[in-house]
Design a protein around this ligand. Structure first.
Ligand SMILES: [Mn+2]
Length: 326
């Protein structure tokens, strides 16, 4: 992969931001996870979409816009996350798109293999059903339920009989399966009606607009604390004025500036075991702004992801709140 890298951090890359072979942030493009801290994993799946399709093309759109970020010298973190977090891009999960039943096992197996190699997984969707196998892999690896920090316009806890391939029900199923603990989880930016919150703390977008981002960060921190967390950002949490390239846009959402404030305020304090950024559908995008927003969120999360805190040192007993193992 040396052809993509240079020793001079301020020359960034020996290729342009608008050309060359793509991986996320020009990270090494490989499935050899040994020694890697975080693996970016594309999940080009949109068969769980209920409205406008197209998120299967999200991973590559996000990769393409990630190349632009190399010119920004990693503001405001001042680090090269690809080097510091030993990031690799594992390409896209392979499944048979015409055999939808192959999807969940394919993603879950890929994620579990990475976790067993000691590598954290950051999924790029794909529709939000991608979170289902990713959370399953992370929670089973931990051996305990995870706290969910969920940015979205939608709660994604609508009714599910345990069989659906549906990007609006995956978090209900994960709670039903005992893999997410709603009592220590938070949903941020919601602006759709769902009569059953399942015990999640729901912070509506309107509340954020009225009370501000600082109060929102405080609520999220208090809710999740030091517990092992899974972070999921549906790009439709951001208002369609800023992120139109998505399947189920809802007005009244966050500005991209608000989203960055929350993201940068909440993520550094979390013990993150797994994460995803989902629902970019480039065919509905305008001037790649949605893909750019998602690429920035992924970049920022790579900068903020504290791998020492995220190491496997949590108790398998969820009743103690996920205390360190040793
Ligand atoms: Mn959504």
């Amino acid at each position: 992969m040396a052809e993509f890298l240079t020793d001079d951090p301020h020359q960034a890359w020996p290729t342009t931001t608008f050309g060359g072979v793509l991986s996320f942030g020009r990270a090494p493009y490989t499935r050899r996870a040994s020694g890697a801290g975080i693996a970016v994993l594309g999940i080009p799946f949109d068969l769980g979409t209920t409205n406008r399709s197209g998120a299967r093309e999200g991973p590559n759109a996000v990769r393409r816009m990630s190349a632009l970020l190399s010119e920004l010298r990693n503001h405001p973190f001042g680090i090269d996350p690809i080097a510091e977090r030993r990031v690799i891009d594992c390409g896209d999960v392979h499944f048979d798109v015409n055999r939808v039943e192959t999807f969940v096992p394919a993603v879950e197996t890929a994620a579990r293999e990475l976790l067993l190699a000691g590598t954290r997984v950051l999924g790029i969707g794909g529709d939000h059903f991608a979170s289902y196998p990713l959370v399953r892999a992370a929670a089973h690896h931990l051996g305990a339920p995870l706290s969910l920090v969920h940015f979205d316009a939608h709660t994604d806890t609508w009714p599910d009989d345990g069989e659906r391939i549906d990007h609006g029900t995956q978090f209900r199923r994960l709670v039903d399966e005992g893999l997410i603990d709603p009592a220590t989880s938070v949903q941020i930016g919601i602006r759709t009606w769902n009569e059953d919150t399942m015990g999640f703390e729901v912070i509506e977008a309107s509340w954020i607009h009225q009370q501000g981002t600082a109060a929102t960060i405080e609520r999220a921190r208090r809710r999740v604390g030091d517990r092992p967390a899974y972070v999921s950002f549906d790009i439709d949490c951001i208002d369609p004025a800023f992120a139109p390239g998505t399947g189920t846009p809802v007005i009244g959402g966050l500005s991209s500036a608000q989203a960055l404030e929350l993201w940068r305020g909440i993520c550094p304090d979390l013990r993150i075991l797994g994460a995803d950024v989902v629902e970019v559908a480039p065919a509905h995008d305008v001037s790649d702004i949605t893909a750019l927003a998602a690429a920035t969120l992924v970049h920022d999360l790579l900068c903020m992801w504290d791998l020492d805190r995220a190491r496997d040192r949590w108790s398998a007993d969820p009743s103690d709140g996920g205390a360190p193992r040793g």
